[in-house]
Write a protein of this length. Structure first.
Length: 456
């Protein structure tokens, strides 16, 4: 079965991971509202003079000082770069960075950033978190191996002057050491999904709640699926696929089945299906239904896209390849394929699978604008097991470790004042996900997603 045929396989069970359905820390909204500030912080480093280019790929919220307010720890997908933040008045405030040499450690409300300071020497910087504010130690601790193989500990100030050990120890005694946080056991979340925590009431897309539908094009029948009951389903009177916008009529509440609310629609002009879906079968298209008000803030864009079984096109542009290598630290490319292009804004999209590195797999959708690599949707995955077992289910169940087969497929592009939006479907062996990805800074961030489990 080719991946696109999953759209018509049985009735799906929608298990939404959207934020609106649950209570969550307000800091998640603060994070979502300040994505570019967090990205900017990851492009600098306290411990390197040279510029770096890392993105916040994973995040962890933790209440370091126990005051009921969360701090934010973000890391790059390869775990080589990270940053720790408090929140002040809803804005992230950088505490410190970490990199492959200088690592963050947290014990109770004591934050340590430590690593090598040369042969036989190690340094630690300290911060105490109190009332959601970071207090930086006025000294750096140096542990040095002596010629007699003893360990000597001393302290220096920011001016490289000696700092009294008694004062340093008094500062450290202020910390409330309770337990160490082990980064390997903390259950990190994907930063690229944090857009779901934007406030729906004020976001131009989330307040409209576009709904992906399963089409039966020949029958002019379109079924929208929702985990929650839609009070104003009849207000959805436009359907969009690629740049095409058609007037639709709500045909009725189709009832609830397998925990899904189902709503029917039809194009007012049945013949418009020939233009709207030209070249596409029902199992190759996933349009969205929206309210008329949606089009006041969203401009459907004309674009071309790859679909099975068309000939695959790789990336033959040396300058594009050079930029890929720079962004991904010369990580070797396993496979690459063109997936879409939008002439109006000179955008080109490619799905890329990189070679495994350090037990981590990486697949990406990268976007070039006017010849420059400007943004990406990065899918990092930790490999489990050995050889074939490790690659049986990497990004999705039974994907066999082949990212290009399950990379997001684009069905609509919207120009908005908040950034370019991609309306995508991601197929798996037993499920498919519909997502709205928004370009924020140099990343695509998911602002809405629905998970559909396929019942065979």
């Amino acid at each position: 079965m080719k991946p696109n045929s999953l759209l018509l396989t049985g009735i799906a069970l929608l298990a939404s991971f959207g934020a609106a359905a649950q209570d969550y820390p307000v800091e998640l909204t603060y994070m979502a509202q300040n994505i570019e500030a967090i990205q900017k912080a990851m492009c600098s480093d306290d411990y390197f003079d040279r510029p770096v280019h890392y993105t916040p790929d994973r995040y962890q919220l933790l209440d370091i000082d126990g005051d009921g307010k969360q701090e934010l720890w973000v890391r790059s997908g390869n775990n080589e770069e990270g940053a720790l933040f408090t929140f002040e008045n809803g804005k992230p405030k950088l505490i410190t960075h970490e990199n492959y040499k200088m690592r963050i450690g947290i014990n109770g409300n004591l934050v340590t950033v430590g690593g090598s300071a040369g042969t036989g020497a190690f340094m630690n910087k300290y911060y105490i978190i109190e009332n959601s504010k970071a207090i930086e130690a006025p000294f750096i601790e140096i542990d040095e191996v002596t010629p007699d193989d003893d360990m000597k500990t001393y302290y220096i100030s920011g001016d490289d002057d000696n700092y009294p050990a008694s004062k340093a120890k008094a500062f450290l005694k202020r910390a409330k050491k309770t337990h160490d946080y082990d980064p390997d056991d903390m259950g990190w979340d994907d930063f690229k999904m944090c857009g779901r925590y934007l406030k729906a009431s004020t976001d131009i897309t989330l307040r409209e709640r576009p709904i992906f539908v399963e089409p039966e094009i020949e029958k002019n029948k379109f079924v929208a699926l929702s985990e929650k009951k839609i009070a104003d389903a009849s207000a959805y009177n436009r359907m969009i696929f690629k740049p095409h916008v058609g007037n639709v009529t709500f045909t009725g509440d189709l009832g609830k089945d397998n925990e899904l609310y189902r709503y029917g629609y039809k194009l007012n002009d049945p013949s418009f299906t020939k233009k709207m879906f030209r070249g596409y079968k029902s199992d190759e298209a996933c349009p969205v239904v929206v309210k008329e008000s949606f089009l006041r803030t969203h401009n459907p864009l004309q674009f071309s896209r790859w679909k099975y079984p068309e000939q695959e096109v790789g990336l033959g542009n040396d300058y594009f390849l050079k930029q890929l290598r720079e962004r991904y630290d010369n990580r070797r490319i396993k496979a690459i394929r063109w997936i879409a292009g939008c002439e109006a804004n000179e955008r080109m999209f490619y799905a890329v699978q990189f070679e495994d590195q350090g037990g981590i797999a990486l697949g990406s959708v990268v976007c070039f604008a006017e010849g420059e690599l400007v943004s990406a949707w990065d899918d990092y995955a930790v490999l489990r097991g050995e050889e074939a077992e490790a690659h049986q289910s990497v990004w999705h169940v039974d994907d066999q470790g082949e990212y290009l087969d399950i990379a997001p497929s684009i069905h609509c592009m919207m120009g908005t004042s908040e950034g370019l939006e991609l309306y995508v479907v991601r197929y798996g062996a037993e499920s498919y996900s519909t997502m709205i990805l928004r370009e924020i800074g140099d990343q695509f961030i998911c602002i809405q997603d629905d998970y559909h489990y396929i019942q065979y």
